[in-house]
Write a protein that binds this ligand. Structure first.
Ligand SMILES: Cc1cc2nc3c(=O)[nH]c(=O)nc-3n(C[C@H](O)[C@H](O)[C@H](O)COP(=O)(O)OP(=O)(O)OC[C@H]3O[C@@H](n4cnc5c(N)ncnc54)[C@H](O)[C@@H]3O)c2cc1C
Length: 490
C-alpha cells in the first residue's frame, strides 16, 4: 500500500500534477527536498543548529489488540554470553528468531524487548496483510521484472506465514483471500487501467474493478474504482504476535521482557548493556529489529525516522448495522490518498480504521506530539462519509503507533559493521506486517551466508537516502505534510 508510503508521502494518483502540468511524482518531490536539505547541511549552514535526539520512551500500547497481550517474559537478571542477540520483540525480531532458530538449532539466541513483545507497531497496526513493498504497490514500475519478483517473493512469504500459523494451532484471525486498493478520482482511471494491464502481462493476478463493482463489494459509494488483489488480507495484530512468540520460544529462543538495550559496544564480540540493572550481554552478532525506534540506539539516525500514525476501532456492529452498510465481501481495503485511509472488518464485526494523518515529532520524539482527539474525529468523519448509516457511532479504542519511515519509503534488510555482525531489517514505512516476516528469513539467509531471492533484486544493498538533521528535518516534514494535505484537498 505504501499504506504509509502514502501516509507520509504520496501515491500513484499524483503522477501528473495539475498545477505544473508535468509528471511530478512523490519521489521527484522527495529527491528535490533531499537535495535542498542535504545541500544546506553539507554547506555547513546547518552545523551549529544541529539538534540531537530526544531520549527513548516506550509509551504504553493502548490499542484494541493489546487486550490479547501474551504472557509476559521475564526481565534479564544475569550477564549472558550468546551467539545472537535480537533487539526488539515485534514481527521482525520474532520472525528472525524463529527462522534462525529453526534452521540452525545449535545457536544460542536471545531476544531482548524494552517492554513486552508486540509493544511497538506489530501490536498496534491496522490489521492489513499485504504483498509487495509499499513503495512499489500500484506504482507503474520502471522495472517490471523487479516488480514481479517482489510480488512473488512477498506472496510466498505470506503463504509461509499462513503455514506457520496453521502449524502452531493458535487462532489469529488470519484471512488471506484478497484486498482492494481503491481510488476516489475518476480521472485516475486511465492510470490504473494502464497499471493493471502492464502487471497482468507480467503475470500478477490483479483485476481492475469499476465503480459499481467496488460499491457492491464494500458498500461505500465514495470510490470511482479499485484494483483487486487476490493475495493479501487481514489479521489480529497481537494474536499474530502470540503465534510468532510461541514459534520462537518453541524453537528454543529465550525472550526477555522489560529489558531495553541501553548501549551497544561494537566489536568481534559485541557488548550490550541491558535494563536498569545494567546487565551485560556478550554476543557474536546482533539483529536490529527496532524499526521506528532504531535511531535511539545510534543506528540509521539519518536514514529512518519515527513517524506517528493512528488507528481506531468501533464496537461490534449489530446485524442490522452490518446489513445497512453493505460491506458484503468483507474485503479489507485502503485508498489512494496521500494520507490514505485503510479499513478492516474483524470477525466479530468491528471496523478497524486508520489513516488521515501522519506526524513527525521534533527530534525523533517517540511521544506523540499532536492531539489524538483531533485525529480520532478525522477518522470518525471519514468513516461516516463512507458509511452514512453509521452516523452516531463512537470508537471504542483510538491509539497511536510508530512507523519506521525512510526518506523514499524503501525498507532495507542487510548486515553491516566492521565485523559484519550487525544485522538489520527496518524502514517498512507503514507496510511491514508481511514484509517483516520475509525480512526475518532474509536476515537468516545473510547470517548463514546463503542465497535468497531478495538478494538478487535491485533492492539488495539499497543505500537509503540521507534525511537531514534538525531543524531541517522537522521543517522539511512540515513542508511535505502541507503539500500532501494540499494534494488531498484538490
Ligand atoms: C498504527 C499503525 C498501523 C499500521 N498498519 C499496517 C497495516 O495495516 N499493514 C501493514 O502491513 N503494516 C502496517 N503498519 C506497519 C507495521 O505494523 C510495521 O511495519 C511492523 O509491525 C514492523 O515490525 P517491527 O518488528 O519491525 O517493529 P515494531 O513492531 O515496532 O517492533 C520494534 C520493537 O522494538 C522494541 N525496542 C525498541 N527499542 C528497543 C531497545 N533499545 N531495546 C529493546 N527493545 C527495543 C520496541 O519496544 C518494539 O516492540 C502499521 C503501523 C502502525 C504504527
Amino acid at each position: 500500500m505504501s499504506y504509509i508510503t502514502s501516509f507520509v508521502v504520496s501515491s500513484a494518483n499524483n503522477n501528473e500534477s495539475d498545477f505544473m502540468n508535468i509528471r511530478f511524482s512523490r519521489r521527484d518531490f522527495l529527491k528535490m527536498t533531499a537535495l535542498v536539505a542535504g545541500g544546506i547541511t553539507v554547506a555547513g549552514i546547518g552545523g551549529p543548529l544541529l539538534i540531537g535526539e530526544k531520549e527513548a520512551v516506550f509509551e504504553p500500547n493502548n490499542s484494541y489488540w493489546a487486550k490479547e497481550q501474551p504472557a509476559a517474559n521475564p526481565t534479564l537478571q544475569e550477564d549472558l554470553t550468546v551467539d545472537v542477540a535480537i533487539i526488539g520483540g515485534g514481527y521482525t525480531g520474532l520472525a528472525t528468531a524463529w527462522h534462525l532458530a529453526t534452521s540452525q538449532p545449535s545457536l544460542n539466541i536471545i531476544l531482548l524487548e524494552a517492554r513486552q513483545v508486540g509493544h511497538g507497531a506489530s501490536g498496534r497496526h491496522g490489521g492489513m496483510v499485504l504483498p509487495q513493498l509499499g513503495v512499489e504497490a500500484f506504482e507503474i514500475a520502471s522495472d517490471l521484472t523487479t516488480h514481479k519478483q517482489l510480488y512473488d517473493l512477498t506472496v510466498k512469504g505470506m503463504k509461509s506465514l499462513q503455514k506457520l500459523v496453521k502449524s502452531k494451532g493458535i487462532e489469529c484471525d488470519l484471512r488471506l483471500d484478497g484486498y482492494l486498493y481503491t481510488f476516489l478520482d475518476e480521472e485516475d482511471l486511465p492510470y490504473y487501467e494502464e497499471y493493471v494491464e502492464e502487471v497482468q502481462q507480467a503475470g500478477l493476478p490483479l483485476e481492475l474493478w469499476d465503480e459499481d463493482e467496488v460499491a457492491e463489494a464494500l458498500g461505500t459509494e465514495i470510490y470511482s474504482g479499485g484494483v483487486y488483489d487476490p493475495n493479501g488480507g487481514s489479521v489480529h495484530a497481537m494474536k499474530l504476535v502470540k503465534v510468532l512468540k510461541a514459534a520462537a520460544e518453541g524453537a528454543g529462543v529465550r525472550i526477555f521482557g522489560d529489558s531495553p538495550v541501553l548501549n551497544i559496544t561494537e566489536g568481534e564480540t559485541m557488548l550490550l548493556q541491558v535494563g536498569k540493572a545494567k546487565r551485560t550481554v556478550r554476543t557474536k552478532a546482533i539483529v536490529l529489529a527496532t524499526n521506528g525506534y532504531t535511531s535511539k540506539l545510534g543506528y540509521f539516525k539519518y536514514q529512518v525516522m519515527p513517524v506517528h500514525v493512528q488507528t481506531a476501532v468501533t464496537p461490534p456492529l449489530s446485524p442490522a448495522q452490518l446489513e445497512t452498510i453493505g460491506w458484503e465481501s468483507r474485503l479489507p481495503f485502503y485508498d489512494s490518498r496521500e494520507y490514505l485511509y485503510h479499513l478492516v472488518l474483524t470477525p466479530d464485526n468491528r471496523i478497524v480504521i486508520g489513516g488521515g494523518a501522519a506526524e513527525y515529532c521534533f527530534a525523533n520524539d517517540l511521544r506523540y506530539c499532536q492531539d489524538l482527539t483531533k485525529t480520532s474525529s478525522l477518522m470518525l468523519n471519514q468513516l461516516i462519509s463512507m458509511y452514512p448509516p453509521l452516523k452516531g457511532i463512537q470508537f471504542e479504542y483510538v491509539w497511536d503507533g510508530i512507523l519506521g519511515v525512510s526518506f523514499d519509503d524503501v525498507p532495507v534488510v542487510g548486515v553491516m559493521g566492521k565485523y559484519r555482525n550487525i544485522y538489520y531489517g527496518l524502514g517498512y514505512s507503514g507496510q511491514g506486517v508481511n514484509l517483516s516476516f520475509v525480512f526475518g528469513e532474509i536476515i537468516t539467509a545473510l547470517y548463514q551466508g546463503k542465497q535468497h531471492d531478495w538478494l538478487a533484486t535491485s533492492y539488495a544493498n539499497y543505500a537509503l537516502p540521507y534525511i537531514p538533521p534538525e531543524p531541517y528535518r522537522w521543517i522539511g516534514g512540515q513542508g511535505a505534510a502541507a503539500y500532501y494535505h494540499w494534494l488531498d484537498n484538490q
